[in-house]
Design a protein around this ligand. Structure first.
Ligand code: FES
Ligand code: FES
Length: 164
């Protein structure tokens, strides 16, 4: 039997009727129409479905929607809330040519955000490690790693400017 729940996604509240077994991925894509979140393997192996929940990157294919009540969910659509300017990570992916088909990009960017929030100046290897659970079927890893490094630098400079 369906339950009516309220989900907070990208700062907006959505009331949805869900079955207890429906994943967050399915509800985001099919009920809320946020198709930036992708479904790849459906089993926690590819990272394409990554979203942020209460500031932590999680696999939406492994999370039940009913368990997300009261939490703050962010999808790639929420990274640049004004809709006018891209988030520095997104900008960096574009500038560095780190996008090919784009299927892995939302998950990569949210995993990168998770990393940079915790470690603003990651080394090349730290970025590689952080992205180890995100697969790119186009195999553009080098540019993705470079883009994350450049975004980290940019975000760090911006926060230093704010505090000086
Ligand atoms: S679709 Fe969730 S990890 Fe692959
Ligand atoms: S850009 Fe195609 S899967 Fe990564």
């Amino acid at each position: 039997m369906k339950q009516i729940i309220e989900l907070n996604v990208n700062g907006e509240s959505y009331t949805v009727a869900v079955n207890p077994w429906q994943t967050l991925n399915e509800v985001l894509r099919e009920e809320i129409n946020l198709t930036g979140v992708k479904l790849g393997c459906g089993s926690g192996d590819c990272g394409a479905c990554t979203v942020m929940v209460d500031g932590r990157a999680v696999s939406s294919c492994l999370s039940l929607a009913v368990e997300m009540v009261g939490k703050e969910i962010m999808t790639v659509e929420g990274m640049a809330p004004s809709g006018e300017e891209l988030h520095p990570i997104q900008e960096s992916f574009v500038k560095k040519g780190a996008i090919q088909c784009g299927f892995c990009t939302p998950g990569m960017e949210l995993t990168a955000l998770n990393l940079l929030n915790n470690n603003p100046s990651p080394t090349y290897n730290e970025i590689r490690e952080a992205l180890a659970g995100n697969l790119c079927r186009c195999t553009g890893y080098k540019k993705i790693i470079e883009a994350v490094g450049a975004a980290g630098q940019k975000m760090k400079e911006a926060s230093e400017r704010k505090t000086s």
